[in-house]
Every structure is written in C-alpha cells, then in structure tokens.
Design a protein around this ligand. Structure first.
Ligand SMILES: Cc1ncc(COP(=O)(O)O)c(C=O)c1O
Length: 477
C-alpha cells in the first residue's frame, strides 16, 4: 500500500472565517488536483492527522466524510482510507507531479544512475562485489548497538577509517601521510569543495586537463573557478603549455595515473616539471587518483603525491571504483601545512558521512576483504578490458581506433572517419548503453570524435559482441 504523500501540506489557518473541516477538505482537493496525491495513496489516519493539526478528531472525521461523499476518498474501515480509485477526470492531477524533465545526454552525469549500463563510465563490476561479506559486515555493525551509530559523525571522517586509509596509501600508493591529514568526503565533488573552500580565493586560475573529467569541469565552472584548459597528449597534461597559458595559476587539477578520459599516464618528466612549477609558484596540484589501483601492464605506478617533497600535492582518492559508487565515500589527503584549515572547513561545511558505511568499510579493510577484492578485480578487469576491445575492433574494424588503457575501468576509442560521436551517443543512450561522446570532454583543444566506454560490466565475450553490434547499429543509423 502506498503511503500518504509527504508533499501534503495541511497547514490550517484558524484566523480564516472558513471552518477548519472545510479547510482540510480544500487542502486534500488541491493536493489531488496538483498531483501530490494519487488514486490509491493512503491518507493519514483520523487520530494521527487530528493530533498533527491540533484539532478535534471529529473535525477530521467530518472532513473525511465530506471528501468520501464527494468521491475523493474511499473509506475501507480497518484497512484505512485511501484516495478514491475512481477520481473524476476533472479533479485528478497530472501523472506524478513534480517530476523533472529528463536530462539531455549532454547535461546528464556521465556515470548515469540506477541500473548499470554495459558501457557505463566509472562503474566497477557490480556482479563481482562480495555482497555476502559486505552484508554481513554492515549487519554486524548495525546489531552492535554502538552508541556512535546514533550520534553525529565526525565531519572529518570516522577515525579508524582515516587510520586505515593512511596505512593503505602508504603501502599501496607510496603516499606518506598521517591520519590527521585524511578527510573522508562523500565523493570527488565534495573533495573539490573542501579543497576550494580551504585554499582557493575568488580570482584563482586552475589548470584543467583538456580533454578532462567532465564532472569536475562542471563543478568548477559552477563555482566560477577560472579554468585554464591545458592540452593533454600521449604523456599527459602538457606542463609546458600550462606555463605558456598561465604560469601563475594557483591550482592544477590532474589525473596522473590514468588520465580521464584519454587513459594515458603522466610521464615522470612531466611529473617533476609539475612539482617544480608548484613549488616555485606556491601553487597546489590536485591529484585525482580515482582508479589507479587497477593496472594491467606492469606494476601500479606510485602516486604523484609520493614524489612531492614540498607539500604541494593534494591527494584525492575514492571508494567508488575499489568498492562501489553507491557508498558515496571518498577521501582527500590535505597538505600538512593546511591540515588545520581543512579541519576547520570540514567542520563547518558538512555534517560528515554516515557512520554505518564508514565503519563497515573499515571492517572490510581490516579483515582483508579489500585487498582480496582488489586482487581479484585486477584479473577480472584485465579480461573484460580485452574482450571489450576485441569485440569493438572486430565489429568496427579500422573505423574505430582503440587506445587500450594500461589501467582503469574505461577506454577511449576514436572514430577515424569523423563520425559524429555526440549523435551516436545520443542515439545509443536512450537504449541504455552508457558510453559517452569523447568530443564533449574537450574545452578549447580541437575535439576528437570518439567514445569513452566503461568495460567493467561487460561480463563475457558473447555480451561484448552483442553490445559492440548494437553500438555499431547506433553509429550507422
Ligand atoms: C576522473 C574521475 N575522478 C574522480 C572520480 C570519483 O568520483 P566519486 O568519488 O565522486 O565517485 C571519478 C569517478 O568515476 C572519475 O571518473
């Protein structure tokens, strides 16, 4: 049975000359006409509503009787009162009012939401996550009755999780930090917000990779950051071009391990040049290390932060790829010199992340499931990357040039014949493919036509082939 609509506003005005029971009738009729209440929706019980409105039960009973007589409500005794299933057309509201129009492909999040799509970006293998283990850990925390679960969480993050993250980063990413530097956030955008509020001033310029992560670009533009698009080539962001475009930028936002979306790795020479520039200029480098745990050729590269001798790199990581994005848990390592500032800002900016999830992730790490899962996923993704690329090359032939990425969960592929990638993505996405038009990720550099495709949810060769054929149909339409 459907609950009463939370949008029902029954504020009563006793100063009006209209009797209260008629005001109640009027509010119900309006809610139905405006589509906030629908046929079959349950309305509040008489006693509950009377208490809520601070009126006598008889007043509400009278209103309900009138509404039932007029055909708006159906009284079903102990089964409760519902909005009539046979409302006259003239009074029934629009289909579920308040639903926003669907976002256009260009404006929608590249990660989508809801059920996973085969080429959806940024999504780890949903079928391969150890759900039983996870459910057990969450249930255990839930049952523990720990009083912390009911109190406000620490806005900087659950301390044992901050400790675990610091240890993990030291061992796996070469990032030396203390837990006090680690701040848990609800995702990369929250991380950026924390960084900006802690360190940025209104006129600061930001080097931004071109092409670059579309959601970060939108966020930064939204907060009026002055973006300086800096071209990306086979060695990552061109520091030389950055210097020529704006040597005094205060920030550089980069994806050194696995450039988003091109998949290239920032060369050692450029890493050093970036750090030298940041030191000389007193600038900050925001290292977005979103999916570096997955590397298929050679060993995972240490983070840029591991080379940072002068405390200029702000390291950003996430649990979205190594666990799952529905968690909404990420983290940022503040520069030592700015840790106190981050602390103050995080305390005033947000109310923290849910205790239950943070505590369960801590257990997931402490019991070794995290490391085991990563190990398994590296093998699985290497296979899925390969079958996805093979099927696409077989189906598209030379028309599509695929950059097989050395790491990560997505690949970029170029149309060599100038196919209109945005049109392909728009045609394919209503069918639920999830791939993105590469040209939309550019700002100032001449856009390449191509597709950015997630491959973690392509489960076998058969599916890889079927999806590639469907995509080809969309490209040919
Ligand atoms: C380039 C890039 N940075 C960061 C993230 C992490 O975002 P979040 O932690 O908000 O899920 C993603 C997710 O796909 C990404 O693609």
């Amino acid at each position: 049975m459907k609950p009463a609509s939370p949008k029902l506003d029954l504020g009563i005005d006793r100063a009006l000359s209209v009797p209260v029971y008629l005001q109640i009738c009027h509010r119900f009729k309006t809610a139905i006409a405006q589509g906030h209440l629908h046929s079959g929706d349950r309305v509040p019980a008489v006693r509950g509503l009377a208490m809520e409105l601070n009126v006598a039960r008889g007043t509400v009973e009278m209103a309900y009787r009138i509404l039932a007589d007029e055909g708006y409500l159906q009284v079903r005794g102990a089964a409760g009162t519902i909005v009539s299933s046979a409302l006259p057309v003239s009074v029934s509201g629009p289909a579920r009012a308040g639903k926003p129009p669907p976002a256009t492909s260009a404006a929608a999040s590249p990660h989508g939401s809801g059920a996973p799509k085969p080429y959806q970006l940024g999504l780890p293998a949903i079928d391969a996550f150890p759900r039983k283990v996870w459910n057990r850990l969450v249930a255990h925390r839930l049952r523990s009755g720990d009083a912390s679960a009911f109190a406000y969480p620490d806005p900087a993050g659950f301390w044992p999780l901050r400790e675990r993250i610091a240890t993990y980063l030291g061992l796996s990413r070469g990032v030396e930090c203390v837990p006090e530097q680690v701040f848990v956030t609800t995702g990369y955008r929250a991380t950026l917000e924390l960084v900006l509020r802690s360190l940025a001033s209104p006129d600061d310029a930001f080097w931004f990779e071109d092409p670059g992560y579309i959601l970060a670009r939108r966020f930064l533009l939204e907060v009026n950051a002055r973006l300086v698009p800096v071209p990306v080539d086979a060695h990552g962001i061109s520091v030389e071009r950055g210097l020529a475009l704006n040597a005094n930028a205060r920030f550089a936002v980069v994806t050194p391990s696995h450039q988003s979306p091109m998949g290239v790795t920032l060369s050692l020479e450029r890493r050093m040049a970036l750090l030298d520039w940041a030191k000389a200029n007193g600038s900050w480098v925001i290292e977005d290390d979103y999916d570096s745990e997955f590397r298929y050729a050679g060993r995972p590269l240490p983070a840029l932060k591991s080379l940072d001798q002068h405390d200029r790199v702000i390291y950003s990581g996430t649990f979205s790829k190594v666990m799952f994005p529905g968690l909404r848990l990420a983290y940022v390592v503040a520069p030592l010199s700015a840790t106190q500032r981050f602390h103050e800002v995080s305390a005033s900016m947000n109310a923290g992340s849910p205790y239950l999830l943070q505590a369960s992730v801590t257990d997931f790490m402490a019991e070794g499931h995290f490391a085991r899962h990563l190990k398994k996923m590296r093998l699985l993704y290497a296979h899925r990357r390969e079958i996805t690329a093979r099927a696409l090359s077989e189906v598209f032939g030379e028309r599509l040039s695929i950059n097989l990425p050395p790491g990560g969960l997505q690949m970029a592929a170029h149309f060599v014949d100038g196919t209109d990638d945005a049109a392909v993505a728009d045609r394919a996405n209503p069918g639920g493919f999830g791939e993105q038009a590469l040209s939309r990720w550019y700002m100032a550099a001449p856009p390449q036509s191509g597709l950015v495709l997630g491959f973690a949810n392509i489960v076998d060769e058969d599916q890889a082939m079927r999806r590639a054929l469907e995509l080809k149909r969309a490209a040919d339409a």
